[in-house]
Design a protein around this ligand. Structure first.
Ligand code: GLU
Length: 496
C-alpha cells in the first residue's frame, strides 16, 4: 500500500508541560516532530503547556530548551524565539481560552456547572464508572438542568463555576491515526469534561485544542499515553466546527523487564530518565538522537548509523510501529561508540575537553586531539579519556596488580631501564624507531619481544591492555616515556 501523501505546509508542535525536567520519552516526541517538520519542509513549534500551576516547576522550561538545543532540535517558533503565533506559553494566552469556552456555551455545546466538591463526590459514590454526563447531568447543578433565572443568579452571585463540554452520548468518535489506523470511541464512554476550571484556567484539553487550531497545527505527533484524550479533543474540534489536525500516537516505551518504562522501573534498571542525566553521564547528543529515532521507527533497511540530517531524509510516520518498544541501554551505548568512532578527531577532542577539565587534566588541544584520534576505536564515552585512559595526561598513580602478577618478571626492571636508555636518544621518536629499538634490545638480551613489550606497557600506562604500544609511546613523547620507565623500574617489586 502506498502511504497517503502528506499535506503541506506541515506545522507540528512539541507541547511539554513544565512540571519537571525533560524526560527521554519527551525528547523522542520532540525528535519525531522535528524530523517530520524537516522532512516535509514544515515548521517545528515549541509550546509550553503551563496552565496547571499546582505542578509548575520553575526551571523546567529552561531545562527543556537547553535539552532541545543540546540535541540539536531547535524549534522554529517558541517562547524563546517568538513567531507568528506568539505568545507560546499557555499561561500568557489565558484570556483567549475563556473566550473560546464562552462561545461554546453560547452555541449550546458547553454549559456552566456549579456543583460543589461534595456533590461531585456523592455523584461518584462507590461506583468509579459513574460520570458527569448526559445520564447524570439532569440531576446536578448546571445551566442545562436548572431554570435559566436560577443559574444566571448563581453566576452573578459569585458562586464558583466551571464550564463543561456537553457530550452527546449517541455520538461515535472516529479518527484515522497515522500510526494506528482507525480509532473509534463511543460518546457514551466520555464524560462532560471540564473546559474551564473554577479558577478561570483552561484545562489541558481546552487549551491544547484551541492552541493547535490557533497555531495552525497540521499534525499532532505525541506519545500513546495521550490517546485516551484524543476522543475528547475530537469532540471539542467538532463543537467548535474546526477541522482537527491529523493524529499520530507514538508507541509506548517499555521497560526491558516488561511493562511501561516508569520512573521506578527505570531507576531500578539504571536507565536515566531525564535527558540532562544522559548528558551528565556522557552520552553524545548524536547517539541519543540516533537511538531514540530507532525507538519506534526504522528505515526499512539495515542502515543504523544516522546523523540528524540523514534521519530527516529517511524519516516517515509510515515506518513508525504501533506496538511498544523496549528501552535498551546496550544499544544506546553501541550508538555512542559508533558515533564517537565516526567523529573527526578535532571534534572528538572537543567532546573530551570538558571531561579533562573537570578532572583537572591539563593538556595542549593538539595533544588531546591526537590522543582522541589514537583511542577512538576504544572509547565508549568521550569521558573515558579522563577516566580509563587518563595516563595520557598524567603519570599512572598505580600499576594494575594483575598486570604485575602476570607480566612483571625477574628481569623486567632491568629490561625496562635498558629500554629507557635506548629510547632516550631515539631519533626520530616515532612508532617505527621505538619498535626497532625494542626488538634490537630483546635480541641482544636473547629474550622474546613480549618480555619487553608487556612490562613497558605496564610501566608507561599502568595497564596491560591499550592501544598499539609504539603509537602510544610516540604520542606520550620521550620525556614522559623515559621518566615513567625509570619510575616503574625503581618501584615495581620483583616477583617472589
Ligand atoms: N502538555 C502535554 C504533555 O505534557 C501535551 C500532550 C500533547 O502533545 O498534546 O505532554
Amino acid at each position: 500500500m502506498t502511504p497517503a501523501p502528506v499535506e503541506t505546509p506541515v506545522r507540528v508542535r512539541f507541547a511539554p508541560s513544565p512540571t519537571g525536567y525533560l524526560h527521554v520519552g519527551g525528547l523522542r516526541t520532540a525528535l519525531y516532530n522535528y524530523l517530520f517538520a524537516r522532512r516535509y519542509g514544515g515548521r517545528f513549534v515549541l509550546r509550553i503547556e503551563d496552565t496547571d500551576r499546582t505542578r509548575f516547576v520553575e526551571d523546567a522550561e529552561a531545562d527543556i530548551l537547553e535539552c532541545l538545543s543540546w540535541a540539536g532540535l531547535l524549534p522554529d517558533e517558541g517562547p524563546d524565539r517568538g513567531g507568528p503565533c506568539s505568545p507560546y506559553r499557555q499561561s500568557e494566552r489565558q484570556a483567549m481560552y475563556l473566550d473560546r469556552a464562552l462561545a461554546l456555551v453560547a452555541s449550546g455545546h458547553a454549559y456552566y456547572a456549579f456543583d460543589t466538591p461534595e456533590a461531585l463526590e456523592a455523584l461518584r459514590g462507590d461506583d468509579a464508572a459513574t460520570r458527569y454526563d448526559a445520564s447524570t447531568r439532569g440531576g446536578l447543578r448546571n445551566s442545562l438542568a436548572l431554570p435559566e433565572t436560577e443559574w444566571k443568579a448563581l453566576l452573578h452571585s459569585g458562586e464558583p463555576w466551571v464550564i463543561r463540554l456537553r457530550v452527546d452520548p449517541s455520538k461515535t468518535v472516529t479518527f484515522e491515526d497515522l500510526i494506528r489506523g482507525t480509532v473509534t470511541f463511543s460518546g457514551d464512554t466520555i464524560d462532560d469534561q471540564v473546559l474551564v476550571k473554577s479558577d478561570g484556567m483552561p484545562t489541558y484539553h481546552l487549551a491544547n485544542v484551541v492552541d493547535d487550531h490557533e497555531m495552525g497545527i497540521t499534525h499532532v505527533i505525541r506519545g500513546e499515553e495521550w490517546l485516551p484524550s484524543t476522543p475528547k479533543h475530537m469532540l471539542l474540534y467538532d463543537a467548535f466546527g474546526w477541522r482537527p489536525p491529523r493524529m499520530a500516537h507514538l508507541p509506548l516505551i517499555m521497560s526491558p523487564s516488561g511493562g511501561k518504562l516508569s520512573k521506578r522501573s527505570a531507576d531500578r534498571l539504571g536507565i536515566p530518565v531525564m535527558v540532562k542525566d544522559y548528558r551528565k553521564v556522557g552520552y553524545e547528543p548524536e547517539a541519543l538522537v540516533n537511538y531514540l529515532a530507532f525507538l519506534g521507527w526504522n528505515p526499512g533497511d539495515d542502515r543504523e548509523l544516522f546523523d540528524t540530517d540523514s534521519l530527516v531524509q529517511a524519516f516517515s510516520l509510515d515506518r513508525v510501529g504501533s506496538s511498544g518498544v523496549q528501552f535498551d541501554m546496550d544499544k544506546l551505548a553501541w550508538f555512542n561508540q559508533q558515533h564517537l568512532k565516526a567523529m573527526p578527531a578535532s571534534e572528538l577532542g572537543r567532546r573530551a575537553r570538558p571531561w579533562l577539565d573537570a578532572s583537572g587534566l591539563e593538556s595542549e588541544p593538539s595533544y588531546v586531539v591526537a590522543v582522541a584520534d589514537l583511542m577512538r576505536e576504544r572509547l565508549l564515552h568521550a569521558k573515558d579519556l579522563a577516566g580509563e585512559w587518563r595516563f595520557f595526561f598524567e603519570d599512572p598513580a598505580e600499576y594494575e596488580r594483575e598486570g604485575i602478577e602476570k607480566r612483571w618478571k625477574e628481569d623486567s626492571a632491568e629490561l625496562v631501564s635498558a629500554y629507557a636508555d635506548a629510547i632516550e636518544a631515539c631519533d626520530p621518536f616515532d612508532a617505527e624507531s621505538l619498535e626497532a629499538r625494542l626488538r634490537e634490545l630483546a635480541e641482544s638480551r636473547g629474550v622474546g619481544a613480549g618480555r619487553l613489550i608487556h612490562p613497558v606497557r605496564l610501566a608507561v600506562s599502568g595497564r596491560i591492555v591499550g592501544p598499539g604500544l609504539f603509537e602510544m609511546l610516540a604520542l606520550l613523547g620521550r620525556q614522559r616515556c623515559v621518566a615513567r620507565l625509570r619510575t616503574a623500574a625503581r618501584s615495581i617489586p620483583a616477583p617472589g
